[in-house]
Design a protein around this ligand. Structure first.
Ligand code: MLT
Length: 231
C-alpha cells in the first residue's frame, strides 16, 4: 500500500533546512534540472555540483577528464566545455563523462539538498518518472532553485504540479509554501508553457533568442523523458 506522503516545499534553497529523512526533489526547471536530466539520460556518468565557477575550476584540476559545465547570466562560463542548454548535452558529448556543474541557481539547490537521504532531479521533462521515484516516500521535500535566492514561478509551478499529481494518494501539502505551490499547479501543457514563458527567467531566456528561446520550449515538454535520476 503506497505511503501517504507529506510534501514540503522550499520556494528558495535557503528557505529552511532539508531534513535527512526526506527524499528531496531538486527543481530548477529553467534550466539546470531539465538539462541535467537530459545529460544523465544521454549517458553522463556523474554530476558534481559546484557553487561557483572558481570552485568548478578547482574540482577540474583534481579531475582533468571531467567536463566543465555551467552558466552565468544564462550564457556559458568562458573557458567551460558546456553551458546550460539541454541541446548541448548530446550522447556523443557527455556519454561516460563526469560533469562538474556550476549554474547560477541549480547548483546551489543541489548543494543545499545534500543532507537528504535521496536527491532526485525534477522538471516537467520527466515529471511522471519523478512521481514514480517518490511513490513510496513518506517525507518529500521539493527544493526550488528560484532565481538568485528569490522566488521562481516556474519552479513553484512544478512543485505544485507534483503535489496535485500526488493527490490520488492523498498527499498532504505540508505547510504554507506547499499549499501556495499547489495553488499554482498548471493543469495541462498549455498552462505549463504559459508558466515558463511568463516567468521572470523564462522571459529573460526568451529575450536572448536562438537556443535560449528554444530551451524554454524544451523545458516545457511534459514527460519528454521517462526516467528519473538521483544525484
Ligand atoms: C540555472 O539553471 O541555474 C539558472 O536558472 C540559469 C540558467 O541556466 O538559465
Amino acid at each position: 500500500m503506497p505511503t501517504r506522503p507529506a510534501v514540503r516545499v522550499l520556494l528558495t534553497p535557503d528557505a529552511e533546512r532539508v531534513p535527512a529523512r526526506s527524499a528531496a526533489v531538486i527543481v530548477d526547471v529553467l534550466r539546470a534540472t531539465s538539462t541535467l536530466t537530459f545529460a544523465l539520460a544521454n549517458g553522463a556518468a556523474e554530476i558534481v555540483p559546484a557553487a561557483t565557477p572558481e570552485a568548478a575550476l578547482g574540482l577540474k584540476r583534481r579531475d582533468p577528464a571531467a567536463l566543465l559545465c555551467g552558466e552565468r547570466g544564462g550564457r556559458i562560463v568562458p573557458g567551460f566545455d558546456l553551458g546550460n542548454s539541454p541541446a548541448e548535452y548530446a550522447p556523443g558529448v557527455v556519454g561516460g563523462r563526469r560533469l562538474i556543474f556550476a549554474s547560477t541557481n541549480g547548483s546551489i539547490a543541489l548543494l543545499r539538498a545534500g543532507a537528504a537521504r535521496r536527491r532526485i532531479l525534477g522538471a516537467f521533462v520527466n515529471a511522471s518518472a519523478v512521481l514514480r521515484a517518490i511513490a513510496d516516500e513518506p517525507h518529500v521535500t521539493i527544493v526550488c532553485a528560484g532565481q538568485l535566492g528569490r522566488f521562481g514561478l516556474e519552479d513553484a509551478a512544478f512543485a505544485g504540479y507534483l503535489i496535485q499529481a500526488l493527490a490520488p494518494r492523498d498527499a498532504s501539502a505540508d505547510g504554507p509554501a506547499a499549499r501556495f505551490a499547489a495553488a499554482l499547479a498548471p493543469r495541462d501543457s498549455a498552462e505549463v508553457r504559459t508558466a515558463l514563458e511568463s516567468s521572470s527567467h523564462g522571459r529573460y531566456l526568451r529575450s536572448l533568442g536562438g537556443e535560449f528561446l528554444r530551451d524554454v520550449e524544451r523545458c516545457a515538454e511534459i514527460d519528454a523523458l521517462d526516467r528519473a535520476f538521483e544525484v
